[in-house]
Ligand binder design. Structure first.
Ligand SMILES: [Zn+2]
Ligand SMILES: [Zn+2]
Length: 151
């Protein structure tokens, strides 16, 4: 049913197991989810899988480069299975929603450091912070200027 995932696992010398296939499937359908959501989705398929087993799978798949761990400052770690490019993320300050932002030039590193300090740079990771459309429209403009400013 999931021959792609099996091939992916074999390509990095990982044994094909049902929890690993379930995690890859969950991340394909739901990019940028946190560990708790991964566990929830995996358990929908495999009710007996333990939390620890899912943690172990996430670590093994991350180490093998099949999934990518994203950890915006102050937010819980998220995972995604889109690893074959150098895309960036935009994060909502209010609800934590994450969306992909395409790389400016399509391959790593897509940005040229103004000063690379002699390092050989092979990747650039940018996090754009702001408010998602839902949060932007539900946030009323604050009235902080009422007691000062132009009054
Ligand atoms: Zn939001
Ligand atoms: Zn992404």
């Amino acid at each position: 049913m999931t021959p792609d995932f099996e091939a992916q696992l074999r390509a990095v010398s990982l044994r094909v197991t049902r929890p690993r296939l379930a995690v890859l499937g969950a991340l394909r359908d739901h990019p940028h989810i946190d560990t708790d959501t991964v566990i929830e989705l995996v358990r929908a398929d495999l009710p007996t899988v333990s939390h620890q087993a899912v943690y172990d799978v996430l670590r093994a798949l991350t180490d093998a480069g099949l999934i990518r761990r994203i950890q915006p400052a102050g937010a819980t770690a998220r995972y995604e299975s889109r690893v074959d490019d150098n895309h960036h993320h935009v994060v909502c300050r209010s609800c934590g929603a994450i969306a992909d932002v395409e790389c400016a030039v399509g391959h790593a590193p897509c940005l040229t450091a103004s000063n690379d300090h002699g390092f050989v740079v092979d990747e650039a990771e940018v996090v754009y912070w702001g408010f998602c459309p839902d949060c932007a429209t539900s946030t009323k403009p604050t009235e902080t200027a009422s007691s000062e400013g132009n009054r």
